[in-house]
Design a protein around this ligand. Structure first.
Ligand code: GAR
Length: 204
């Protein structure tokens, strides 16, 4: 079975959906390790509950990226756990060249907007403030350019007139949990192929 390593910074609801699907036999992957850059992040407690090895790895002195030594430590732990794919699940730091090259074509991310709209932080809030009619989420391969790698799956979420940032994010997260598991299933079944910017999905 293919192995994944998961990186997160927050409560870990996407990781939770993935772990649940895997435990139920609905997603043919094994979760080798969960790493977080935030001490006591919810994702670590959740991993613990699922009996999955997990660890807080200090990010170093920067705010938006890992410092080079920390980045090497993440790479080392993921290699040691023999992961085939690195799954970013609410990991709130940019990964730099050494990391991207170490796992070239083998990093995926979930982003809370319909990319290429609203890259960056709190994208659901950006969509709401912009007055967009649709928000959503995107699962994509990670490249050096932030939030710009080839798109695997997307889901649109209509913005309602009474929405607050919190209610909108909650509905987006329901879709995230669904499409992240689905995208991982497609990958685990060897059904994804990257052609330039496009990801071709093979039918069964
Ligand atoms: C998710 O909404 C994810 O899309 C977002 O962080 C949240 C993590 O939630 N990621 C980004 O904004 C990445 N730039 P979770 O910890 O409950 O999975």
């Amino acid at each position: 079975m293919k192995r994944i390593g998961v990186l997160g910074s927050g409560k870990g609801s996407n990781f939770g959906a993935i772990a649940k699907a895997a435990a139920a036999g609905n997603l043919p992957v094994e979760i080798g390790i969960v790493l977080a850059d935030v001490e006591n992040a919810g994702i670590l407690g959740l991993a613990q509950q699922h009996g999955i090895p997990n660890r807080f790895v200090p990010p170093g002195k920067y705010r938006t990226k890992l410092d080079p030594a920390a980045e090497q430590e993440y790479i080392r732990l993921l290699r040691e756990a023999r992961v085939d794919m690195v799954v970013l699940a609410g990991f709130m730091r940019m990964l730099k060249q050494p990391f991207i090259e170490a796992f070239a074509g083998r990093i995926i991310n979930i982003h809370p907007s319909l990319l290429p709209a609203f890259p960056g932080l709190e994208s659901w809030k950006q969509a709401l403030d912009y007055g967009a009619r649709y928000a959503g989420c995107t699962v994509h391969f990670v490249t050096l350019e932030m939030d710009a790698g080839p798109i695997i799956l997307q889901a649109a979420v209509p913005i309602q007139s009474g929405d607050t940032a919190a209610t909108l994010h909650e509905r987006i997260q329901k879709e995230e949990h669904r499409i992240y598991v689905e995208a991982l299933r497609l990958w685990a079944e060897d059904r994804l192929r990257i052609e330039g910017r496009r990801v071709i999905i093979r039918n069964t």
